[in-house]
Ligand binder design. Structure first.
Ligand code: ADP
Ligand code: MG
Length: 337
């Protein structure tokens, strides 16, 4: 079967076969031909939206290869994450699943790069080709680092909690992103640090629903650490810690967040979060209040599309013209898997 690709299995060196569509196989070969990797081994993770494989280069550097499936478009209601994003305005073709999947892979590449630039622990993105993303491997000798979910906490659960919340703050303030699927499944413990993965659905912090996604991330993390017996901030306290704009030390900010108990978690999870000054319905528009509530600087005439324009320019060079795509091969003959 021409759609199969022989790869070696790490454990027994036996040959296993990856069932891939023609194009995906081609992209994998292009990574091999360009010398980025020399061997692909078995599957590290088979998810609903993506499979992750382990690979090495000739110097035995280790890599993870994430291959997005078209089902990525079904499971997470991904359109919500694209809404209001400038760079998707033209390019997001709702009729071509292959292009859509490619956009998610490219988005993950860009977001990982942004995290790396800000010094946030995460895999190093190496290359992306259509639905295939090559990145550094978090783990050793083919064994991936444990997810936070699999870590056995001893007496230090609180330290992990604080480290996690600090990470969320850094992602917000240094990268201007909200992860939007931040959970014990998408955090790996590697090199004595919590590292962030799975950022294809992360959004700009001024995305229309960014603060809702952030609040949900906060609630998920609190649920997880609650099960593990950590001393928690309230969800609102955590949200405030992450978005707070005032100049404080971590200790001061944490102390302040601990004292945020005006409303219960249940109420906070339901309240309306204003996103723009225009939405604030108080006596008069109040930039300080806006900043206090959202952590987003309320520069007088912030036009959403302006800021996204800048963003898309900075990323512009990577944006290939869909029409100039020259690696197009004949349409697959229907046999995908
Ligand atoms: P999804 O959740 O969409 O299937 P993830 O990016 O979360 O995709 O990856 C799935 C799993 O693959 C992770 O939980 C992790 O175990 C493993 N994984 C992903 N990226 C890496 C990496 N760079 N290094 C090591 N393991 C990884
Ligand atoms: Mg994941």
């Amino acid at each position: 079967d021409a759609n199969r690709m022989r790869i070696k299995d790490k454990s027994d060196r036996a040959t296993v076969e990856l069932v891939l569509d023609n194009r995906t196989r081609l992209f994998l070969y292009s990574f091999i031909n360009s010398g980025k990797i020399s061997e692909i081994f078995g599957c590290v993770s088979a998810g609903k939206e993506a499979n992750v494989y382990y690979a090495t280069d000739t110097s035995m550097n280790e890599f993870a290869i994430k291959i997005y499936k078209t089902s990525i478009l079904i499971f997470k209601d991904r359109n919500r994450y694209v809404e209001g994003e400038f760079r998707f305005r033209k390019g997001y073709s709702k009729h071509n699943p292959r292009k859509m999947v490619r956009m998610w892979a490219e988005k993950e590449m860009r977001n990982l790069r942004r995290l790396r630039l800000a010094g946030i622990p995460c895999p190093e993105p190496i290359a992306v080709k259509q639905n295939v993303l090559l990145m550094s491997f978090l783990g050793k000798d083919g064994v991936p680092a444990p997810r936070l979910k699999d870590v056995v906490f001893e007496t230090n659960t609180n330290d992990f909690y604080v480290e996690t919340v600090k990470l969320m703050r850094d992602i917000y303030h240094k990268c201007h992103l909200v992860h939007s699927d931040f959970s014990e499944y998408n955090l790996l413990y590697y090199n004595d640090q919590i590292q962030v993965i799975d950022v294809s659905q992360s959004v700009e912090h001024d995305h229309p629903q960014a603060l809702y996604f952030l609040r949900r991330d906060c609630a998920n993390i609190n649920d997880f650490f609650k099960k593990n017996g950590a001393t928690l901030l309230t969800v609102q306290g955590m949200f405030n810690y992450i978005t707070d704009l005032t100049d404080m030390t971590h200790e001061e900010r944490w102390e302040k967040a601990k004292n945020t108990e005006e409303i219960s978690d249940e109420v906070f999870k339901e309240i309306y979060i204003p996103r723009t000054l225009q939405e604030i319905d108080f006596d008069q528009k109040n930039p300080e209040l806006f900043e206090k509530l959202t952590g987003v600087k309320a520069d007088s005439d912030t036009d959403e599309s302006d800021s996204s324009d800048e963003d898309s320019q900075e990323e512009g060079e990577e944006e290939e013209n869909e029409e100039e795509e020259n690696e197009e091969e004949p349409e697959e003959s229907g046999q995908k898997k």
